[in-house]
Design a protein around this ligand. Structure first.
Ligand code: SF4
Length: 226
């Protein structure tokens, strides 16, 4: 388990819970807008697992949940890791890019997931441009379908990036995820960590226009963070 980092407290990452966020190194995607590009291939100065569990042991009764994010957590076998977190009494939220539906389902079947947040990079046809690699969109769709039928609380979210996203992408996303319980549009944030140049956020009005394209299909879609 390559633990790249730990955010000791967050009120934002796990809906309704006071949580910490654990960043696992490694990812199968290379999104040009990634904010965590320095941990996609590993992390020389990570946190030892014993150190993390010592922290979690001390925070019992103070924190309710643990967000497991990345990178892409499902690049590795994380069931034993999640079992140890659950054994301490924490709820687990998993962030995933949806590329590993079999692993996602296996963790859910073991009762190790209390909340799943899945990135929707773009419309299926535009996935390679947004993920930065060739990817099997059938697997992405399989993960999304699983979230909608699993009974586990979930959300979908898209980071909206200019000029990578076109308005029509949001029509396709809406049609694809029609009836989803929770879908958030999040605007891109420029930072030195982002690997690609020439990207920018949408304006407030542009974000509102993108939301309007989704709402006919996902009636409770929202913009997050504005
Ligand atoms: S899936 Fe997430 S962690 Fe991986 S490259 Fe894309 S934005 Fe970065």
């Amino acid at each position: 388990m390559r633990i790249a980092g730990l955010q000791k407290t967050t009120l934002l990452d796990y809906p309704g819970k006071v949580a910490c966020t654990v960043f696992l190194a490694g990812c199968n995607f290379r999104c040009p807008f990634c904010q965590n590009a320095e941990i996609l291939d590993g992390c020389p100065d990570g946190i030892a697992e014993e150190e993390l569990f010592s922290f979690l042991g001390r925070r019992r009764g103070i924190l309710d949940g643990v967000c497991v994010t990345g990178g892409e957590p499902l690049c590795g076998e994380i069931a034993p890791f999640l079992q140890k977190i659950k054994a301490l009494g924490y709820a687990v939220k998993l962030d995933t890019n949806g590329a590993f539906p079999e692993r996602l389902k296996a963790l859910a079947a073991k009762g190790l997931l209390d909340f799943i947040a899945m990135d929707i990079k773009s419309s299926p046809a535009r996935y390679p441009a947004l993920a930065g690699v060739k990817c099997d969109t059938a697997k992405i769709k399989e993960s999304a379908a699983f979230l909608m039928e699993s009974g586990i609380p979930y959300e979908f979210r898209t980071t909206c990036v200019k000029p990578l996203h076109r308005p029509e992408d949001f029509v396709y996303i809406g049609q694809w995820l029609a009836g989803a319980k929770a879908y958030f549009l999040q605007n891109f944030r420029q930072s030195d960590a982002v690997p690609a140049k020439g990207l920018s956020p949408f304006s407030h009005h542009e974000m509102q226009a993108l939301l309007q394209l989704v709402l006919p299909y996902i009636s409770n879609a929202q913009i997050r963070g504005e």
